[in-house]
Design a protein around this ligand. Structure first.
Ligand code: ZN
Length: 277
């Protein structure tokens, strides 16, 4: 079985062909350009490597999963772009964070854990979740970065950078927000906001584990501060899971995308899947 995987990011696309994480035949990375050109590049690369059984795509969002399109993104030119039709093989489409969650579940920090959350804090904030072994979708898909968190404007007068909500979690705690607010007490505030966000996720989903990564989490001491702050905010009431960095680093997305493709093939042919396992 030969599979294609695409981590379709807002700044770059990572495309891989292989039979799985341990057997990547070919891989390429290119910057996200105009939609048509970017998709054509991905199709050309994946086609070159031979006939594929399926392609998995983990895309930046929002994603209209029902129609296989990019949703209402502020990224110029990308709203409504069809991510699926350009490929002449079956395509499994999910969010970039759900794909990364799947990667961490199969090969990384969440191996053997069936209910967990994967959060990434970079330019924006996104989260994917698995509950009882299934990626969580719902009506559309979760938008964890846009949850509202308490914002004490006396302590932090910064209005936030989210174009839709101002001071949602992403608006207050994304990499862009950190930069815009400037230094000083940023790290302490950052840990507080992220701990509040994670605690909200804990109260709703009761995850057995939280995997949190992304560029902002590379800041020394931040993860420890978040881990300290969560029990204080929880005040002894809820069961708190471990909070750990991703084991696959920035490989989670593309490896998870390959697994999306694998699951699609398995769903179409359950007999073959049983044999393989
Ligand atoms: Zn927002």
């Amino acid at each position: 079985m030969l599979l294609g995987g695409i981590e379709a990011g807002g700044t770059k696309w990572v495309c891989a062909v292989g039979t799985g994480a341990g057997d990547i035949v070919d891989e390429t990375v290119f910057p996200t350009g105009a939609p048509e050109e970017t998709l054509a590049r991905a199709v050309a690369f994946l086609t070159r490597s031979g006939p594929l059984d399926a392609v998995g795509i983990g895309s930046f969002g929002p994603v209209d999963l029902r129609h296989g399109r990019i949703g209402a993104t502020p990224k110029p030119g990308w709203q409504g772009v069809d991510l699926v039709s350009a490929f002449d093989v079956p395509v499994a489409l999910d969010t970039d964070v759900n794909a990364a969650a799947l990667g961490e579940h199969r090969f990384g920090a969440a191996t053997g854990i069936d209910t967990f959350v994967y959060v990434t804090v970079g330019t924006g904030i996104g989260g994917g979740a698995m509950t009882d072994g299934k990626l969580l979708h719902g009506l559309a898909h979760p938008e964890m970065g846009h949850m509202r968190v308490p914002h004490d404007r006396k302590r932090d007068p910064f209005p936030g950078v989210c174009p839709y909500h101002g001071d949602c979690l992403e608006g207050l705690a994304s990499g862009v927000a950190l930069k815009a607010r400037g230094g000083g007490r940023s790290l302490e505030l950052e840990a507080d906001y992220l701990a509040l966000g994670l605690l909200n996720l804990v109260t709703v989903l009761s995850p057995e584990l939280i995997v949190i990564g992304g560029g902002v989490l590379k800041e020394p001491g931040l993860l420890d501060r978040i881990r300290r702050r969560m029990p204080e905010l929880a005040a002894g009431y809820v069961a708190l899971p471990d909070v750990v960095p991703p084991a696959l680093g920035d490989r989670a997305g593309v490896l998870g995308a390959l697994e999306l493709a694998r699951d699609l093939v398995a769903a179409a042919d359950p007999g073959a899947s049983a044999q393989r396992r």
